[in-house]
Design a protein around this ligand. Structure first.
Ligand code: IVH
Length: 699
């Protein structure tokens, strides 16, 4: 897309713009350069995954562009990077017709199916050997985009294949889809392309964690998450979910009058190259052009091995005849083209029998139904227990004991019951009865009206206490290795551990007499417990297991206090004034810190040696370099550049990549060159030595 020379030129342009911006010298004349620079950096970030400037620097330039466009709306263009943002909620998604129906693909499951496909295709094409383009089959939601006169004109869902929903505003939230593409360079006036919108496994996990924090059932797989997100009527929310898109098919185009269509469009692999050059993410690197079906089969097997290493889900490979002219010769059925076939990987679904439902009590007292099924292997793991989240899920899926159920386990995702198969019922199935009393302590269960979860409100309920201890020690909380779930349950049952402070008073003499606890494992455990006392307070806040307080909220809370117990002096309103804390979270935090038992526990933990004071160095935000920016130049006398930069970041400062008025400190070592010269001209920048830098850190 961008040649090395263009890259260099755009990087130079960026540095110039940053400098001008910091001096307040940006004018209307820079508007197109600003847009070019921002588009270039979006491509580096979202397509190549290799940014050349810091997020903060991108934001500065973006803001400068936004300001210019607000001051002079006539200069705004529809493909400006600012035009992705939509403030209005979408009322409805109008139905639109695809230029060419979006067909499905025929499926194959083994090498024999592919050999058959190849034979049929060769017969129809009347050739001995066919050239194929083989690429991943992305497991997301399919979309169709239309570009007209180099501009994104429309984005639509597949719908029924003939008509879909116009979701253009949501499509614009996907930063790897460019808002304009120079199709005229290829002799095209209009272009319709197809692709798949995905949510990466990482973003999917993040999203499900957020749902879990709110006690909502998670989504089954990234495909559902992507499809669901495309239908959200709030574009801002869509933007937050960080969807990505691969474009893999040219379905229709019209020629620019008086221009020839580029011959690159004669092959499918050429189309992928064109899409990449136009700035889309196409499977250019993932695809392979191969002669004959044997090579195709080998590549499919090879790719299947990498399936779990990819950042997104794929459910197979797609094999396409590479010569586009043969597509017409081969034609299509009403359902699928005869020039392409999907090769599906081993399914991550299986059927099994639902034998029982158990009810587990969590650390906040929530009672979760857990399905016990006949163990089945899915994607290399045997699945026997599956969370059903809440009563609603049981009702929605119409589950009964004895039912045959369809189970899915996508990638790293927890297993999930997709549905029951009521047509297989024998009449002996039994209703699932939700308990009215806590299965552990016997207290009556309660369910606040607005919630989906039944709760045991006895905070001394043994199940809750054990779960709280397990959460407290977990990896993202206090990270006490060696005190895993099994040991906690064992120590609790033996009376060695009764509550969270008890972790720091474990009777090691008694533990030493237990089987499996040698000297070494005891020393390791003691060290892990001892080390946890110095964990930063945001971890401790998270470890307390306050309802709705995940890691992000814990950091926000930690950031706002000098001592953890200061939180008891916060009013509901003050809590709500903190970043990203809404009434629900504030209510829960307030309730927690107004409870004298909780305060007593925290005081006890402090007496036992845990750190409750906010040692500001723990927090990236709010460190003693917070709000300050740094740039290193020349050779530093003792520090490695990367270590020095890491020190800045762990202390809350930011690293800039070039000299501008946004820079607070330039740390200059030996043989500092042009950056130092530049910095000398901007009076607000403080030029310091390594020694002075170190004294700032240790201040
Ligand atoms: S080509 C006319 N290529 O799989 C053929 N489809 O099961 C157009 N899919 O509806 C489709 N990755 O949503 C093609 N590399 C790929 C694909 C792909 C995923 C989806 C697509 C299609 C479905 C068929």
């Amino acid at each position: 897309m961008y040649s090395p020379d263009q890259t260099k030129a755009l990087q130079k342009l960026t540095t110039g713009l940053m400098e001008k911006n910091s001096q307040g010298h940006i004018t209307d004349k820079d508007i197109e350069s600003l847009r070019d620079a921002l588009r270039f950096h979006e491509h580096r970030y979202y397509i190549l995954n290799d940014p050349l400037i810091a997020d903060f620097e991108y934001d500065q330039l973006y803001k400068a562009l936004e300001k210019l466009e607000t001051e002079n709306p006539a200069l705004r263009t529809p493909d400006s990077p600012t035009q992705r943002v939509a403030k209005e909620l979408t009322k409805e998604f109008p139905t639109v017709s695809h230029l060419v129906p979006m067909l499905s693909l025929d499926n194959s499951y083994n090498a024999d199916d592919l050999v058959d496909f190849d034979r049929r295709a060769r017969e129809l094409a009347k050739v001995d050997v066919l050239e194929y383009c083989v690429e991943p089959k992305f497991d997301g939601a399919s979309i169709s985009l239309i570009f007209e006169k180099d501009m994104l004109a429309r984005g639509a869902t597949r719908g029924n294949g003939v008509q879909g929903d116009d979701i253009t505003t949501n499509i614009k939230q996907i930063r790897s889809i460019p808002l304009s593409a120079a199709i005229s360079k290829y002799g095209l006036e209009q272009l319709e392309i197809r692709g798949e919108v995905l949510m990466t496994k990482q973003n999917f996990k993040k999203y499900n964690d957020q749902l879990a924090e709110q006690n909502l059932p998670p989504l089954a797989n990234p495909r559902n998450a992507a499809a669901g997100t495309l239908r959200i009527k709030d574009p801002k929310e869509v933007s937050k979910r960080n969807l990505e898109a691969f474009l893999y098919h040219v379905s229709h185009y019209t020629q620019l009058p008086g221009k020839d269509v580029d011959p690159i469009l004669n092959t499918h692999s050429g189309c992928l190259t064109m899409l990449w050059e136009l700035g889309f993410r196409s499977p250019l690197k993932e695809k392979k052009v191969l002669n004959g079906i044997e090579a195709v089969i080998a590549y499919c097997h090879e790719f299947e091995q990498q399936r779990d290493d990819l950042p997104y889900e794929i459910d197979g490979m797609v094999i396409k005849v590479n010569d586009i002219h043969l597509h017409d010769v081969l034609g299509m059925t009403t359902h699928h083209p005869r020039w392409a076939i999907a090769y599906k990987f081993k399914a991550r679904q299986a059927t099994s029998k639902l034998r029982a439902v158990e009810f587990q009590v969590g650390r906040t007292g929530s009672v979760t139904p857990v399905a016990k099924i006949d163990p089945v292997p899915i994607g290399g793991v045997t699945v026997g227990s599956i969370s059903l989240f809440n009563e609603e899920v049981i009702k929605d899926k119409d589950l009964m004991i004895g039912d045959t159920v369809l189970v899915e386990r996508a990638g790293d995702v927890i297993p999930y019951i997709v549905k029951s198969l009521p047509e297989l019922r024998t009449g002996n199935e039994q209703k699932i009865v939700f308990p009215t009393h806590c299965p552990v302590c016997g207290d009556k269960l309660e369910k606040p009206e607005e919630e989906a979860v039944w709760r045991c409100s006895n905070i001394n309920c043994e199940a809750q206490v054990v779960e709280r201890i397990i959460h407290f020690t977990s990896k993202d909380a206090m990270d006490i290795r060696g005190l895993g779930e099994a040991n906690i349950r064992k120590f609790f049952a033996l009376g060695f551990l009764k509550d969270v402070p008890g972790i720091y008073e474990l009777p090691f003499d008694n533990i030493g007499t237990l089987e499996g606890f040698g000297k070494k494992s005891i020393t390791n455990l003691q060290t892990a417990i001892e080390n946890s006392k110095a964990q930063p307070i945001h971890r401790l806040i998270y470890a307390l297991g306050i309802r709705y307080v995940g890691e992000t909220t814990a950091k926000t809370l930690a950031h706002s206090v000098k001592h953890l117990l200061d939180l008891k002096d916060y009013s509901l309103e003050e809590l709500q004034n903190l970043e990203d804390i809404g009434p629900k979270v504030a209510g829960s935090v307030h309730q927690f810190f107004q409870n004298p038992d909780n305060i007593a526990t925290l005081q006890k933990l402090e007496q036992l040696g845990l750190k409750l004071k906010n040692d500001k160095k723990d927090l990236v935000t709010g460190g003693n370099l917070s709000g300050q920016t740094f740039l290193f130049t020349g050779t530093l006398p003792t520090l490695k550049r990367s270590d020095a930069e890491a020190m800045v970041e762990t202390n809350g400062g930011k690293i800039l990549s070039s000299v501008s008025a946004n820079l607070t400190y330039l740390v200059a070592g030996e043989e500092a060159g042009s950056k130092l010269e530049k910095a000398k001209k901007i009076t607000s920048i403080k030029i310091i030595t390594e020694a002075e830098f170190l004294s700032l850190i240790h201040h």
